[in-house]
Each structure stands twice: as structure tokens, then as C-alpha cells.
Write a protein that binds this ligand. Structure first.
Ligand SMILES: CC(C)(COP(=O)(O)OP(=O)(O)OC[C@H]1O[C@@H](n2cnc3c(N)ncnc32)[C@H](O)[C@@H]1OP(=O)(O)O)[C@@H](O)C(=O)NCCC(=O)NCCS
Length: 220
């Protein structure tokens, strides 16, 4: 993801979440947050393609406890969403291809925390979120993270099914976590990332995904 993609990513956010990050928050994430890595999928000639936008480069040394970290980053959406600066950001240049999905991952000392994942409504159920999650897990593995964590609304059945498919477990509950409807959040954790058992299962899931949806070009 690059700055020129912010407009399209906000379109996806708008149809995906009741509250949104303002454009300035994405800009800051891309340009200043050395822990943040954002990946978008783009459709090229009628086909989808994954494109990494690993930027920053530092992996940081934050907390090593999922509870504190989860709370901190989970609240980010609300904090940033309440900023006064809601002026539309007009990127100089827009990507020509259609962006179909986005994932944001913060790489901490030994934990990858997924801060956002969303797919364009018109492109759901085509394996795009799974592709994004596969890439995020690969990023976590490449940087030797022990855990991948995230928060998810308790009623978000599609997302929970995706995470469960990849072996995430419910390790906590944050009561009344979301400010729009006071819904609870599950804290989900994939704690076995480096284990041989997980790696073997992950390779099977990846191969099944490729067989079902085809291969994707990875850039960046
Ligand atoms: C959740 C979301 C990201 C899934 O995206 P997607 O590209 O449609 O998902 P995929 O096609 O890659 O599906 C992968 C797996 O997710 C699960 N899944 C996805 N959509 C589902 C649905 N509507 N019902 C049940 N399971 C679903 C399934 O396990 C699926 O595997 P399967 O095809 O073998 O059944 C998408 O619905 C979305 O953007 N929702 C709004 C934003 C959101 O809720 N983000 C998650 C925040 S925690």
C-alpha cells in the first residue's frame, strides 16, 4: 500500500466498518510508523494480485504481552477515528488498478498484531482475505514472530470462521469494546507460528488456496 492508495482503501473501510480511520491516520501509518506493514490486493486485467508495501523496516521492541498490546492497538481505530482532522486527503496520483483488499500488520518484538483486514464488498468470498492473511502470517514467520494476534467482534461470523480456519484461538474477551454498539471483542491468537505442526498445516492450507483460487503475483 502506498499513499496514492489511501482513497481506495478508505472506500473499502467505509463499506466494511462502522467507524473509520481518517485519511491522515493512514498517511501517518504509511510514512511514520516503522512497525506498520500494509498489504493491498489489486485486480489486474480481471485478475487479483497481491502487492506488498512493506515500509519502515524496523521491527520495534514493544510489549511482549498480547493483552496489553491488543488493548493498545485495538483502541487505535477509535482514537484515530475521533481526530478532528477529517479533511479529505487528495493524493496526487491514484493507482490505476482496483484495490480489492487490505491488511495492516504491526510487527512488534515477538508478536504480529493485525490492526485491520477488509475486502471490497463486491469481491468477497473469492479467497482475498485468506490470501491477505497468508501473506501476513508469512511476514510474521519471516520476522520470527511467535504470535499473531487481533481483536474481532463476537458477532462477526465470517471473520471468526477465517481465523479459526488458520488455527487462531480465542484467548480473551474485551467487554463492550466497540464504541459504536458496545459489542464485545474476542482477542484471538495464533500462538504456534514457529511450530513444525503449524508450518505443515499452513503449507496445506496455502496449497489448497492456490488450487482453488489460482496463483498470485507478489510485488514489493
Ligand atoms: C471478513 C472478510 C475480511 C472476509 O473476506 P473474504 O475475502 O470474503 O474471505 P475469503 O473469501 O478469503 O474467505 C476465507 C474464509 O473466511 C471464512 N468466511 C469468509 N466469508 C464468510 C462468510 N460470509 N460466512 C462464513 N465464513 C466466511 C470462511 O472460513 C472462508 O473459507 P472457505 O471459503 O473455505 O469457507 C470480509 O467479509 C470483510 O471485509 N468483512 C468486513 C470487514 C471485517 O469484518 N473485517 C474483519 C475484522 S476482525
Amino acid at each position: 500500500m502506498q499513499s496514492e492508495d489511501i482513497g481506495q482503501v478508505l472506500e473499502i473501510e467505509r463499506e466494511s466498518f462502522p467507524t473509520m480511520w481518517p485519511p491522515t491516520a493512514y498517511k501517518r501509518e504509511l510514512e511514520q510508523n516503522r512497525l506498520a506493514h500494509y498489504l493491498v490486493t489489486v485486480e489486474r486485467n480481471g485478475e487479483s494480485a497481491g502487492e506488498w508495501a512493506a515500509h519502515g523496516g524496523g521491527y520495534g521492541h514493544g510489549s511482549d504481552h498480547y493483552g496489553a498490546i491488543g488493548r493498545l492497538f485495538g483502541e487505535l481505530r477509535h482514537i484515530l477515528g475521533n481526530e478532528d482532522d477529517e479533511r479529505p486527503l487528495l493524493p496526487v496520483k491514484q493507482r490505476a488498478e482496483l484495490i480489492t483488499g487490505v491488511i495492516g500488520v504491526w510487527l512488534l518484538a515477538d508478536e504480529a498484531h493485525i490492526v485491520t483486514i477488509a475486502v471490497r464488498e463486491s469481491h468477497r468470498r473469492q479467497g482475498i482475505a485468506e490470501l491477505l492473511l497468508i501473506r501476513a502470517i508469512e511476514l510474521a514467520r519471516a520476522s520470527e514472530q511467535q504470535l499473531v494476534t487481533l481483536e474481532c467482534r463476537v458477532a462477526n461470523a465470517p471473520a471468526l470462521a477465517l481465523y479459526e480456519k488458520y488455527g487462531f484461538e480465542k484467548v480473551g474477551l474485551r467487554p463492550r469494546y466497540y464504541s459504536d454498539n458496545h459489542e464485545d471483542a474476542y482477542v484471538l491468537s495464533l500462538s504456534s507460528v514457529p511450530s513444525r505442526r503449524f508450518i505443515e498445516r499452513f503449507q496445506v492450507l496455502k496449497a489448497e488456496h492456490e488450487q482453488r483460487w489460482g496463483s498470485f503475483d507478489v510485488e514489493g
